[in-house]
Design a protein around this ligand. Structure first.
Ligand code: ADP
Ligand code: MG
Length: 254
């Protein structure tokens, strides 16, 4: 399996935010995580990306146990993520925001920075090139020089995806990539996610927009109070009694 969690658990005090979750993701597929607010979805991402240490359990990526690696090491291995609330530098340009994302892949240090070495200049050019490449990929070339504060919510969502892509990831975790954008824009973001997969990237996304998930996902996991209550194809999830009861309060998924 490309990436899997084994009995992954996170306790915050007495609360099991993520409780014994076993989930596996196949390479080249779109995996989705759904569940009510507070179900533990974002925490699950935080555990995989190393932002929180799990209380117990394991994260295995390409056969390697990455459970206790720090976030930068996990990113270097090819795991990228976006955040639910975009964490961009509002007073910097779109391009500068994305350039920061590629720094992970460069070697320049303080010495290079102070003496403006050839390596630094070469790597700066490389970062800029990579940033332009991912901005083109996500369809933002035209706003590259705008300040983030002056672009739309949907464009900010694309910038955070570009940031993740700038690290050359093999798998990207998207935390509510279509939150707060209109239906047409949601459709556009769905197409972008499909394009990522066509380019060999594996995706795992958290989303509340059920139509989008049902159309995009190969596999869905449903979390409720930190526990996996169901897993399956969109059709299986749609017809799952437990899911309908727990998550949808008895009404069918549209
Ligand atoms: P979701 O993303 O599904 O809405 P979260 O993973 O954000 O849910 O939160 C799951 C539960 O864990 C919630 O009850 C939340 O209050 C709690 N929680 C999340 N992060 C922390 C934290 N850093 N400290 C304490 N409790 C947290
Ligand atoms: Mg969340």
């Amino acid at each position: 399996m490309f990436l899997e969690t084994r009995n992954l658990t996170k306790q915050f005090g007495g609360l099991a935010a993520v409780n014994n979750v076993n989930f596996s993701m196949e390479k080249g597929k779109i995996n989705a995580i759904i569940g009510p607010n507070g179900a533990g979805k974002s925490t699950f991402f935080n555990l995989i990306s190393g932002f929180h240490p799990p209380s117990s359990g394991q994260v295995i990526f390409k056969g390697r146990d990455i459970t206790h690696l720090p976030p930068n090491k996990i990113a270097e291995l090819g795991i990228a993520r976006t955040f639910q609330t975009t964490n961009l530098f509002e007073q910097s340009t779109v391009l500068d925001n994305v350039i920061v994302g590629h720094r992970l892949r460069t070697k320049s240090n303080l010495f290079d920075a102070i003496f403006r070495t050839k390596r630094l200049k070469r790597e700066e050019a490389q970062c800029k090139g990579k940033a332009m490449e991912v901005l083109e990929f996500v369809g933002l070339t035209n706003v590259a020089n705008k300040m983030v504060a002056n672009i739309s919510q949907e464009e900010k969502k694309r910038v955070s995806i570009a940031l993740a892509l700038a690290t050359n990831p093999e798998i990207v975790f998207l935390d509510e990539p279509a939150a707060g954008v209109n239906p047409d824009e949601t459709e556009g973001l769905a197409m972008l996610i499909e394009k990522m997969v066509q380019n060999g990237i594996t995706v795992c996304l958290i989303e509340h927009k059920m139509q989008m998930i049902m159309k995009l996902a190969h596999k869905i996991m449903v979390l409720n109070y930190g526990e996996k209550i169901a897993e399956g194809t969109p059709n299986e999830i749609k017809n799952n009694e437990t899911v309908i009861k727990a998550y949808l309060g008895g009404s069918a998924i549209a």
